[in-house]
Design a protein around this ligand. Structure first.
Ligand code: AMP
Length: 399
């Protein structure tokens, strides 16, 4: 069975087509500048097919999806002979609110629930729904599956997800911690349990998804017990451009100071903060490493703050779970930056974490990086959210 995986953003759409017989990617690509002008890069992953990389007109997501499907079946760039070969489409959806604890076959009711979560994910959920509806239009009859970033975290106990604010905001407006990157935390925690030879029951894993957006999760008995992102992805550790945790009074202070709106202040906290703001250099950790090498003190401070906050969450989650068997690093920074991993774990020897510095000198592959005599095992595990989405879609259509 072939499964198409779609990750629709407000003006972009990423896709991968999987052959689920061997879980290989047979084509992937990116539509950009949807609603502005439009560009498609389509890369067939089979021998002899050229890459398509050209401007195209994409007034809406519908035209973008139509162009992708056209390329997937075209004689020159195609990888399938007809659309009938595509058994299902899996969609990444940011926010599933409290309704969804697992991936769902898209129905009118599911679409309504995604719509109901627009206020919780105002940038992503409308785009995710546009992606779903564009596929429904272009591929009638093909099952569409929604895979929610929030679903894995729905097992958190109330003491982890509640905010200490008047209860009516939870009861009437569902204001609470949801958490994100759930597909990634689910995949790498399950992989950790597998490679460590543990039973899910009784296991205690801390997963560190460190990329442009970063979040950590405490995974107890194979289920999410706590996570660092909140109602929105703004909470938690400092990120590429997001502030992470701060005193909420900062919002009023800066809003008054700038004479701007709360919404403008939140845009600043989402898009112009984090390591970008502290360093004044970049949101990209490779640029920060280069700046530190040239003696840039603010770039060093930005990295120190990031590493310190990750360590703080690791410590708090070990305390919350009553110990930890394994720590996992994943995503762009977690998979590639040996120096970040080392700094995040430095000083945790007291709780049984002993790094193997040589093993830690690895990038982008599954690797145990703790010493043989380390009580806590530490792993780098590359995440693969698209594969999880494809597997969920396959499971649901075959059920
Ligand atoms: P992601 O959001 O998971 O795609 O991660 C993207 C981020 O990974 C980029 O912004 C980079 O900061 C970071 N990254 C990628 N490669 C490296 C590397 N070799 N060293 C440090 N950071 C890296």
């Amino acid at each position: 069975m072939k499964i198409l995986v779609i990750n629709a953003g407000s003006s972009s759409l990423k896709y991968q087509l999987f052959d689920m017989d061997n879980e290989s990617i047979i084509a992937k690509g990116l539509c950009e500048r949807i609603g502005i002008d439009g560009h498609l890069k389509h890369t067939p992953m089979v021998d002899g097919k050229p890459v398509f990389d050209e401007d195209m007109s994409f007034p809406t997501h519908s035209e973008a999806i139509a162009a992708v499907l056209d390329k997937l079946v075209s004689a020159e760039y195609g990888v399938v002979s007809s659309m009938e070969e595509i058994g299902a489409v899996g969609h990444r959806v940011l926010h599933g609110g409290m309704k969804f604890t697992a991936s769902q076959l898209v129905t009118e009711e599911v679409k309504e629930a995604i719509r109901a979560c627009f206020p919780l994910g105002p940038l992503h959920n409308p785009a995710n729904l546009m992606g779903i509806e564009a596929c429904e239009k272009a591929m009638p009859g093909v099952p569409q599956i929604a895979v929610f970033d929030t679903a894995f975290h729905q097992t958190m106990p109330a003491s982890s997800y509640m905010y200490a604010i008047p209860y009516k905001y939870y009861e009437e407006n569902q204001v609470r911690r949801y958490g994100f990157h759930g597909t990634s935390h689910r995949y790498v925690s399950a992989e950790a349990i597998r490679v460590m030879g543990l039973e899910a029951e009784g296991s205690k894993i801390i997963t560190c998804h460190l990329g442009n957006g970063s979040s950590l999760a405490a995974v107890k008995d194979g289920k999410c017990f706590d996570t660092s992102m909140g109602l929105t992805p703004l909470e938690g550790v400092p990120m590429g451009t997001r502030s992470g945790d701060l005193d909420p009074a900062v919002v009023e202070f800066i809003t008054n100071l700038e004479g701007c709106t709360v919404s403008e202040t939140l845009t600043m906290l989402n898009k112009k903060s984090g390591v970008l703001a502290v360093s004044g250099v970049s949101s990209d950790f490779r640029d920060l490493d280069n700046a530190v090498a040239e003696g840039n003190e603010r770039a060093k401070l930005a990295l120190d703050m990031f590493n310190y906050n990750v360590k703080k969450y690791i410590g708090s989650y070990a305390a919350a779970m009553g110990g930890v068997d394994g720590i996992v690093f994943t995503a762009g920074v977690g998979e590639n930056s040996a120096s970040v991993r080392e700094a995040c774990l430095e000083g945790l020897e007291y709780m049984g974490v002993k790094l193997d510095k040589e093993a830690n000198n690895c990038r982008g592959k599954l690797q145990k990086i703790s010493a043989e005599d380390s009580k806590v095992q530490v792993y780098v595990i590359p995440t693969n959210e698209e594969l999880v989405i494809a597997r969920d879609a396959k499971e649901i259509v075959e059920a």
